[in-house]
Ligand binder design. Structure first.
Ligand code: FES
Length: 74
């Protein structure tokens, strides 16, 4: 995998796993310090107390969500 490629995996019933060279900012451009983190998990269920990061609340609450892309979107 190229270093410039950011790989995002939609985890089944869970977060978005983001791997690669990541820069994460809020809407005002303030940046989270991700030094030393080759990957992060971003909450997509909305229940995490540590948003935008996943804290495992999806599993504790039995959150479920379809993960496969439709048709030919690969
Ligand atoms: S996806 Fe894990 S807490 Fe939301």
């Amino acid at each position: 995998m190229s270093e410039k490629v950011v790989h995002i995996t939609v985890r089944p019933n869970g977060p978005l796993r983001v791997e690669g060279h990541i820069k994460l900012t809020d809407a005002d451009g303030r940046e989270w310090n991700l030094e030393g983190k080759p990957a992060i998990s971003l909450c997509r269920c909305g229940m995490s107390d540590k948003r935008p990061f996943c804290d495992g609340a999806h599993g504790r609450n039995g959150w479920q969500c379809e993960t496969a892309p439709p048709g030919n979107l690969t």
